[in-house]
Design a protein around this ligand. Structure first.
Ligand code: GAP
Length: 449
């Protein structure tokens, strides 16, 4: 089924996944807020990544660095001079556009872009300026004086604080190569043309891990982390394999720090686009930080006694972009018993709500009393449990389907007799009766898959 972005945007707003930032003031381009269901999905995705990356591994350590770092960090990393996208300007309206987007190619090469855009007009039908680079660093000032000496930057990627903490983590954790440092956090990019809902935003959140290695094992480790990303998306996020593909960066596409880069593309409604990047950053970062900071960030191998600057293999994915992929991948319109339904077939462990509990009739106190007891027990175990006694059962099921709740439990008159309840499966719509004492273990088992 081809998913349309308008359907995803509409569902996101209607059911509380994603809202426009400052909506009552007309919004702000490139910024979004997560609603009650969105924040649950965000947190579940972050937990799944943190578990797989930090908790299940023995040599990856987590940190949480500051968003604003010493500006010298961004000078050394090359971002102040090189973190740019090619831009063209409509010479009449002065609206700015990504040159590579208008040209329809993945390239930063100004000569090639100029050639391709020679006879192209802006979306408003006007002449375009020559392509030039636009730096995407977001600036601010620290302290009361807004002069150059007080200038600072909101980080454009979370990786920076990982490099500057390489020695701290190595020493405090007595870490030996190979080891990794992982971080989840906000990053900011003054994107020329934020677009496609939360696909390209100016305030984003990243999940990044930098793996520090002896250069000798560069190729094998690069392959391992490419595979990690692919397996994580399929096994831990439940994304359909058919929606994923590999894209290897050509030289003119790669970021200034990367020797090699492989993206996993997801079939977004606007086409296959980057979801997750694996980059070989060689010794680019630690060498430059050694040079600019004057601190020696090299490593001495205990066995061979050789001294070298570790290479870095990076694994990087945007949280919002992953959430968008999950919504698009799981959004399904289907007809069940002549009735059309929208259902989010999200992996149960990631669903914002795990269970909904309903008394068959809300005006029968004995049903409500038993349902409330079951609701409390489930809530104590699963946290995100919804009470829903509004409208008929069919409508309740449709509401839960639309937000991806994997199970609906209904308490009816039989429940009063024999303690059994019906549990209905979101994907198959099948209902079965089970004893209420078995509910928790039944749901636990399904969530563990
Ligand atoms: N540290 C490496 C790095 O930042 P990147 O390819 O620029 O590499 C990594 O970004 C990931 O962050 C991307 O694969 C994407 O998932 C996410 N991302 C990047 N820019 C984004 C934006 N403007 N809006 C949303 N997500 C973005």
């Amino acid at each position: 089924m081809k998913v349309i972005m308008e359907d995803i945007i509409s569902l996101s707003k209607r059911r509380g996944f994603v809202f426009q930032t400052s909506e009552i003031y007309g919004g702000l381009a490139g910024f979004y807020d997560y609603g009650p269901l969105g924040v649950e999905l965000v947190n579940n995705l972050k937990s799944a990544w943190w578990d797989a990356m930090v908790k299940e591994k023995t040599n990856i350590y987590g940190i949480d660095g500051a968003i604003i770092q010493n500006p010298l960090l961004w000078k050394a990393s090359g971002h102040i001079d090189g973190f740019s996208d090619p831009m063209v300007e409509d010479v009449v309206t002065h609206k700015r556009y990504r040159a590579d987007h208008l040209a329809g190619i993945d390239s930063n090469d100004l000569v090639e872009l100029e050639r391709l855009l020679k006879n192209v007009k802006s979306p408003d039908g006007n002449k375009l300026s020559q392509p030039r680079y636009f730096n995407m660093m977001m600036q601010t000032w620290i302290g009361p004086v807004t002069d150059d000496a007080a200038k600072a930057y909101l980080r454009p990627e979370t990786a920076g604080a990982i490099y500057t903490n390489f020695l701290n983590v190595k020493e405090s954790m007595r870490a030996k190569l190979p080891f990794g440092i992982a971080q989840i956090g906000k990053a900011f990019r003054n994107e020329i043309s934020p677009r496609d809902f939360i696909f390209r935003v100016r305030e984003l959140e990243q999940m990044e891990m930098q793996y520090f290695i002896d250069p000798k094992i560069e190729e094998d480790v690069y392959e391992e982390w490419r595979q990690f990303a692919w397996n994580f998306l399929i096994d831990k996020v439940g994304i359909q394999k058919d929606n994923l593909s590999w894209h290897e960066h050509e030289e003119n596409e790669r970021a200034h720090y990367a020797k090699a880069a492989h993206d996993i593309y997801f079939n977004f409604p606007q086409g296959p686009k980057e979801l997750w990047g694996t980059h070989d950053r060689t010794d680019f970062d630690l060498s430059n930080h050694t040079r600019v900071s004057g601190k020696d960030l090299s490593y001495i191998d205990e066995v061979s006694k050789t001294k070298f600057i570790p290479y870095v293999i990076e694994s990087s994915v945007g949280v919002g972009r992953l959430l968008l992929a999950v919504l698009c991948d799981s959004y399904t319109k289907e007809t069940v018993n002549n009735d059309e339904r929208i259902v989010l077939k999200i992996k149960p462990s990631l669903a914002p709500y795990k269970v909904a509990v309903s008394p068959l009739l809300k005006n029968k106190p004995e049903l409500v009393e038993l349902a409330e007891k079951i609701f409390k027990d489930l809530k104590a175990r699963f946290g995100m449990v919804m009470w829903d006694d509004n409208g008929n059962i069919g409508k309740r099921y449709r509401r839960q389907d639309e937000i991806g709740t994997p199970f609906c439990v209904t308490i009816d008159f039989n429940s009063l007799e024999d303690d059994s309840v019906t549990i209905r499966d979101r994907d198959t719509t099948l209902q079965q009766r089970i004893n209420s004492s078995k509910l928790i273990s039944y749901i636990e088992e399904k969530l563990a898959i």
